[in-house]
Design a protein around this ligand. Sequence first.
Ligand code: ADE
Length: 242
Amino acid sequence: MQIDIVTIFPEFFGVLDVSLLGKARRDQLLALGVHDLRDWTSDRHRTVDDTPYGGGAGMVMKPEPWGAALDALLGEPAAGDSGDDGEQADAVVIFPTPAGVPFTQALARELANERRLVFACGRYEGIDARVADYAATRARVLEVSLGDYVLNGGEVAAMAMIEAIGRLVPGVVGNPESLVEESHEAGLLEHPSYTKPQVWRGLEVPAVLRSGNHAHVAAWRHEQSLERTRRVRPDLLPDDQR
Ligand code: ADE
């Protein structure tokens, strides 16, 4: 999978060199391009923002550098192409924004099947709305929110999404079975996990996990998942199971 990130803070993404995703890059399962939006500005000050039409606090990211960045990454539109019936690039362009659709495990799974993702990380009060409209003439576009809170920009959200998506790309996580038994895969939160020693600071590992009876272990884990989901995330359950 190819992932491109456009940002005014490329240094944010240095951490993608470490851990599982760093290894996936070295193993060429993931190709990551981090691009500085200011490289697509044309003025001496490398300006990326301006005051909002209609007034209000804060600054809005200007469309011109974003248009140039998208053209560079997706390919120039064909001459005379108004966009509407033009050829779509084989990529999904993702705008992290608190005004987007919620990012979920299901969306991560869907995006892990794509050949190419482009993350457009806005700052300030967001990106001029025409940029997403333009991008939609060139590729599939998603505005995606990490959750109901406001970050200072899209970078941290993009990083979280890249980690959630990247680990679902075949080969990235060594043991694919570990992807199945985790929170949100079966629509439930994960059961608690334990390792040795059997007793630690007076706290004992539940006996059923040491019984060697796989059916009992599976039933206990399912019950624990359900109980935890009911307690902390009843919204994940159908009405009759809450
Ligand atoms: N940018 C700022 N806040 C965000 C959020 N909650 N999700 C995605 N992108 C964001």
